[in-house]
Write a protein that binds this ligand. Structure first.
Ligand code: BGC
Length: 408
């Protein structure tokens, strides 16, 4: 599709942005992730797999803590009118009830700078990482977790609320539940379904209470989360078992959390990366993988249209807050963006209220358990000099943002 000629426009006022998260780019953060990365358990696991431990330690990340002005101008160069970034709870509240004034001022400067660049701001409050004191209380399994989080959110409301256009209270809660408490790939790396369920419920509670608190101060606030929505499909259209498995996965992975918080969401925040063809025999997934990214994830643009159709059921504006791929050599990125956007446009034409697209990510960054190898950035980052270098696909995205459309 991307090879054909296009002349399509997005609705006026459509938001074009890029997304990042605090832990993945700022550098120098001490939290539950930074300590887990250095734990013997993690090191031994990596060594067993023949990996170099240092590639899996976030360290200075992209040093965006010190280079945020430069990063915002990179986003400006892409003609973005919106930006999504996060703040790090562990920095703001390093000990229970202790607020770091310097850090608060720094984040305020960042928000000011984003406003000066005329960006609409989508601010992520929690993106999987926790302060050490919170971890020590049991993290999200603790009965007090939502209350602790709410105290942080209240601080955010008071100090930063005036700058925020879109509140992303939680990033992909299901990933934390699943990766940290079911498959033990993220800290605290436990395999315990009972705990997973507790964490799920506490995150729901934390979200609802946060949404109420934000609306108390800002009645018109746009509050939501990002939800990783996968496009599950039976591999064989008429196979009843495959249909049943796909629907069950869809319910537990895509729908259940959103259903629980529906009344408290002003918009639906979508992160789209995955298409899963479900078969009835183990391992239950059989993707055709005709075209894949560097992480072997199937590239399947139609999937974004399918999940948008599902999200339309919530009857709220939809913000695509993440969509992107790991593609170090930039072979697929430009086509990837165009092809996904063509499907987004089709959805809009059919009456689905999509009002924003944020590419993940502005920069190559710390890709969690996968370390520094995957490159999602529109800009490369030289991790020795921290120099940012534009990839060719960034110009394609920049033109789309400028034209508010796909005109090639
Ligand atoms: C997360 C990001 C991550 C990206 C690519 C999303 O699930 O929110 O933090 O880097 O996917 O894997």
């Amino acid at each position: 599709m991307s090879k054909e000629k296009h002349n399509i426009k997005f609705p006026e006022g459509f938001l074009w942005g890029t997304s990042t998260s605090a832990y993945q780019i700022e550098g120098g953060i001490i939290n539950d992730w930074s300590e887990w990365e250095k734990s013997d358990e993690r090191k031994q696991d990596l060594e067993k797999k023949g990996k170099k431990v240092e590639e899996f330690v976030s360290g200075l990340a992209c040093d965006s803590w010190n280079r945020y002005q430069e990063d915002f101008s990179l986003a400006k160069d892409l003609n973005n009118n919106a930006i999504r970034f996060g703040i790090e709870w562990a920095r703001v509240e390093p000990s229970k009830g202790v607020w770091d004034v310097k850090v608060i001022n720094h984040y305020r400067d960042m928000l000011e700078c984003a406003k000066k660049n005329n960006f609409k701001i989508a601010l992520t409050i929690w993106h999987w990482t926790n302060p050490l004191w919170f971890r020590d209380k049991g993290g999200w399994t603790a009965r007090t977790s939502s209350q602790d989080f709410l105290e942080f959110v209240n601080l955010v409301i008071k100090e930063f609320g005036a700058y925020v256009d879109y509140w992303v209270v939680l990033n992909e809660p299901m990933i934390h539940v699943f990766n940290a408490y079911v498959i033990a790939k993220f800290p605290p790396a436990r395999k315990n379904i009972w705990l997973a369920n507790k964490v799920f419920n506490n995150l729901v509670k934390a979200y609802k209470e946060s949404s109420i608190a934000i609306h108390k101060h800002f009645p018109e606030a746009q509050v939501g989360i990002t939800q990783l929505v996968n496009n599950f499909e039976p591999a064989h259209k008429f196979n009843l078992i495959e249909i049943l498995i796909s629907r069950t996965l869809h319910y537990f992975w895509n729908h259940r959390f959103l259903k629980k918080i529906n009344k408290y969401m002003d918009y639906v925040g979508l992160d789209y990366y995955f298409h899963d063809r479900i078969v009835w025999y183990p391992p239950f997934k059989k993707n055709l993988n005709k075209e894949v990214n560097d992480m072997n994830w199937e590239i399947y643009p139609r999937g974004i249209y399918n999940v948008l159709k599902y999200l339309h059921k919530f009857r709220k504006p939809i913000l695509i807050l993440e969509n992107g791929l790991a593609d170090k050599n930039d072979l697929h990125r430009a086509d990837f963006i165009i092809d996904h956007l063509l499907f987004v446009h089709q959805a809009i034409e059919e009456g689905i209220d999509v009002c924003a697209y944020f590419y993940w990510s502005l920069l190559d960054n710390f890709e969690w358990a996968e370390g520094y190898k995957p490159c999602f950035g529109l800009y490369e980052v030289d991790r020795k000099t921290m120099e940012r270098k534009k990839r060719a696909s960034a110009d394609v995205y920049g033109k789309i943002c400028k034209d508010n459309g796909i005109i090639f």
